[in-house]
Design a protein around this ligand. Structure first.
Ligand code: AMP
Length: 120
């Protein structure tokens, strides 16, 4: 899949749309989800143009990948959600209903999150 530079997160990265910023460094931005599903709901995104975890893991540099996952852990730690627990989730592709085609990691926390996925 080709990266769409007009996706919402690309616009946030360019400063064309606002966000409720939680963290930023050279390669990573984190902000609160506009429609939070849990009391704490933060999205962590790389600044590079990667469509999904598939694209990111295949094409990002080692420095970007290390920086991203270190930031995810540090942000969760700083949010104070690791003591009671939280959920990291990266929807990838159609079956997962990924809405925004810029790789992002959700951090859900602040209540009992229930079982991982609905059994059918
Ligand atoms: P996903 O379904 O994994 O692609 O999740 C995309 C997430 O982006 C959803 O939880 C949306 O609520 C969130 N979202 C969409 N637009 C914005 C925005 N402008 N600022 C913050 N979060 C957003």
């Amino acid at each position: 899949m080709v990266y769409d530079p007009e996706n919402i997160f690309a616009k946030i990265l360019r400063g064309e749309l606002p966000c409720d910023k939680v963290f930023e460094d050279d390669t990573v931005l984190a902000f609160r989800d506009i429609r939070p599903m849990t009391p704490v709901h933060v999205l962590v995104i790389p600044k590079g143009p990667y469509v999904s975890l598939d694209d990111f893991s295949a094409n990002a540099s080692d420095a970007e990948i290390v920086g991203f996952y270190r930031a995810v852990g540090n942000i969760a730690r700083d949010l104070g959600v690791l003591k009671d627990g939280c959920r990291f989730l990266a929807n990838t592709g159609e079956d997962a209903r990924q809405e925004v085609p810029h790789f992002h990691m959700h951090i859900f926390a602040g209540r009992d999150l229930g079982s991982m996925i609905k059994r059918v």
